[in-house]
Design a protein around this ligand. Sequence first.
Ligand SMILES: C[S@@+](CC[C@H](N)C(=O)[O-])C[C@H]1O[C@@H](n2cnc3c(N)ncnc32)[C@H](O)[C@@H]1O
Length: 228
Amino acid sequence: MSAVLVSQPTRDGSDKLLEKLAQGIEQAGLALSDSTLKKLMDYLALLQKWNRVHNLTAVRDAEDMVTLHLLDSLSVLPHINANNLLDVGSGGGLPGIPLAICLPDLQVTVIDSSQKKASFMRQAKAELNITNLQVVSGRVEQYKPAHQFEIIISRAFSEISLFLNLTKHLLAENGKWLAMKGMYPEEELAKTQAKATEIIPLVVPGLDAQRHLVVIPFNQAFHHIGAA
Ligand SMILES: C[S@@+](CC[C@H](N)C(=O)[O-])C[C@H]1O[C@@H](n2cnc3c(N)ncnc32)[C@H](O)[C@@H]1O
């Protein structure tokens, strides 16, 4: 009797992506529940789906999205200690949406001047039921919210000095700006009189490229900007 070859059931792509995400989260020293991981995966699937038609991000490969978008966004998680946060120029929701998913007690506002990107973020909020997420469509320098923010963050938005200037009316007096950067941003820092109190190297599992988080408290920047 000839041997019967029984093939292993193949894991579908979403299993592999979930495994990659779970491993990265563990390597980053973060502890997230299974339901949070699932929501992050649902967000990724939605981003991929919309990206096919609406060109929300240049990163197209799903595995790259796990590293370059989810794990990169979540690398700042240990540095978020606030009640509310504004993510400026959030695009497809990065880093704001992953942060909102992982920190349900944090009120997250995401703003983008592109209607198309804001529509996607509204869809993500509705489909994934992210109740602590507010989506604003418009230019941040014209944004007039009812309250100021304890943290204003941006990734791939602008040089540090412009980021501070466009958002100075939005930061609470005890608040801080967090600028997510690649290489140590020596030139950008030289161009602003605002003082970064910390420049924290970020570790993104699976990524060799450098990442830095620039921390600028309100009281280290406001007077310089105001005087400019
Ligand atoms: C390079 S994308 C970065 C998107 C996202 N933060 C990321 O890391 O993938 C910059 C985003 O900033 C938005 N943007 C540019 N100027 C803006 C402004 N003045 N106010 C609000 N959003 C702005 C653009 O529409 C774009 O989506």
